[in-house]
Ligand binder design. Structure first.
Ligand code: ACM
Length: 530
């Protein structure tokens, strides 16, 4: 049946398929209405079926959605048989939606189109019995909308693609040196100034080439509320990231007083137009703390997620070393050194968030310097597994997204044919083989919230290129995140590519890029195959 991610158990399809016709009803128990709406939208469009509400009486011409509190919230059972119809039971509303996603895959690629292409054919659900539940509760994808802005429609589309792969956390990287993408009413220059740059480095930072088109964009708070609600209807949590104290040049360009004004002329800084680790970091002042509290008040109002990511990665310390203000602060706070200053930033906002019922998530640099993390802080382990292991040992929850394995901006084949090849070679097979629980982490399994694939966008200039980097590897990643046993993949992937084609996803063909997906002449920075 070629389902991706692989279900925990599935009976081979039998002969007693369930046809879906104009008379087929869709009966939804209280609590399953979001999946009923999704099924009517998806299958209704693909097959031109009305799927009217049923009575709930045993009716073989029916799809029934039920809750079953004997199951875990994301667990589901799907039973299809001509005598009884299709029944999906979920432990909670999310489980029902994941069952419905499996149902769509069982119907075949036409179920992924937005209008009927074979009006005379009757779609049919093969008879089967599936029992399924996720391996990890955090099955994430990071979208970097700061380096290159992804307009709202693109984000909504990515959310649909995540749901089709049973992924459930969208980590939106909203701010960076190259752009600030979230409207903040109290500080309007963040987007008036910080969302735009006059030009962009083409290729890796060592490239001599520029794209002289101005670039930018931002989401209004209503855009973000729409994104959050659209994701919630698909049981996807949106975790916002506001990166501090590094990766802040766009904010400093908008409000120069946020930077280390006693070290450089921050008023001369613009939004950064090239790539790499940037020395222009936030000043460790009370004024900066208040500013970011005001930003975060608005962020919390838009994003109801229990987690808020505050970055913490790649914060060079040279300006703090050179700044009399920062050095006085180190002495006054008694934090020892510049790492202590960063720990002070992290600690302040971890407590500030905790007082508001939220948990801070940070990149694994928040462990650097060896100071204890505030209770409840979560670590995104990206430089490898070490940060995750250290955090778990210290009693912190972790999300595993090691760059050596699941950075989907990295090239997906060796050789010169990949567009702007950067990073490690991670083929679709490599991603599928990723083992997120080496022994040191398996020993702390209860601390591992889950796994996340990250799509940074320095060399991913638009949604078409994002498709290329994400697919088909995100399908392989989804199986890492969801399936306890992965099984044979290549054959199922062939079937899955037909679904992606029907959805209009511009994935990388397994044989290499289409001619128009290549970028000859744009320098990348390949790292050796692991
Ligand atoms: C990161 O890749 N700098 C988190």
């Amino acid at each position: 049946m070629d389902v991706i991610p692989l279900p925990r158990s599935a009976e081979a399809p039998g002969p007693s398929a369930v046809p879906l016709t104009a008379r087929t009803t869709l009966w939804a128990a209280p609590g399953t209405e979001d999946t009923a709406l999704w099924l009517r939208t998806a299958l209704g469009a693909a097959y031109g079926l009305p799927l009217p509400p049923g009575t709930g009486d045993p009716d073989p011409a029916a799809v029934r959605l039920l809750l079953d509190d004997a199951l875990e919230p994301e667990e589901y059972r799907l039973h299809a048989d001509a005598a009884t119809g299709v029944e999906i039971r979920g432990g909670g509303p999310a489980g029902v939606l994941w069952g419905a996603q499996t149902l769509r895959q069982l119907l075949g690629p036409d179920a992924f189109r937005r209008a009927p292409v074979r009006p005379d054919a009757t779609p049919a659900v093969p008879s089967t019995r599936i029992e399924d539940a996720p391996r990890f509760r955090w099955r994430g994808l990071l979208l970097d909308v700061a380096r290159h802005f992804m307009p709202k429609d693109g984000v909504l589309r990515v959310i649909d693609l995540m749901a089709a792969h049973k992924l459930n956390v969208l980590h939106l990287h909203l701010t960076d040196d190259q752009g600030w993408r979230v409207e903040i009413h109290r500080h309007p220059r963040l987007t008036e100034v910080g969302a735009w740059r006059p030009r962009t480095k083409l290729g890796h930072r060592a490239s001599p080439l520029w794209d002289d088109r101005p670039h930018g964009g931002f989401y209004t708070q209503d855009d973000l509320r729409e994104i959050v609600a659209y994701a919630a209807a698909r049981h996807i949590t949106v975790v916002p990231e506001i990166d501090i104290p590094g990766h802040s040049q766009a904010a400093i360009a908008a409000y120069p007083e946020l930077g280390n004004t006693d070290v450089i002329d921050t008023a001369a800084l613009g939004v950064w137009d090239t790539w790499g680790v940037n020395p222009n970091v936030l000043a460790p002042t009370e004024r900066v703390l208040r500013f970011y509290e005001e930003v975060l008040e608005e962020v919390l109002d838009v994003f109801p997620a229990p987690f808020v990511h505050l970055g913490g990665d790649e914060c060079p310390k040279e300006q703090w070393r050179a700044s009399a203000t920062a050095q006085a602060r180190i002495r006054e706070l008694g934090v020892g050194d510049e790492d202590g200053l960063q720990a002070w930033f992290t600690g302040h906002f971890a407590r500030w968030l905790a007082e508001r019922g939220r948990r801070l998530v940070g990149w694994d640099e928040i462990l650097d310097g060896g100071r204890p993390l505030p209770d409840g802080a979560v670590v995104s382990s990206w430089r490898g597994f070490e940060g995750g292991i250290a955090a778990a040992r210290a009693g912190h929850d972790v999300v595993l997204c090691p760059e050596q394995h699941v950075y989907l901006d990295h090239r997906q084949a060796p050789g010169a044919g990949e567009p702007v090849p950067i990073g490690y070679v991670r083929t679709v097979e490599d991603v599928h083989a990723f083992d997120p629980l080496p022994a040191e982490l398996a020993a702390h399994r209860e601390r591992v919230l889950g796994v996340q694939a990250n799509l940074w966008t320095e060399v991913v200039e638009d949604g078409r290129r994002a498709d290329y980097q994400l697919f088909p590897r995100l399908a392989a990643f989804a199986e890492v995140a969801w399936s306890a046993e992965r099984g044979e993949f290549a054959g199922r992937l062939d079937a899955h590519l037909e679904r992606l084609t029907a959805l209009g996803v511009e994935y990388r063909p397994l044989t290499g890029p289409h001619p128009w997906q290549q970028r000859p002449g744009l320098p990348g920075r390949p790292l050796p195959h692991l």
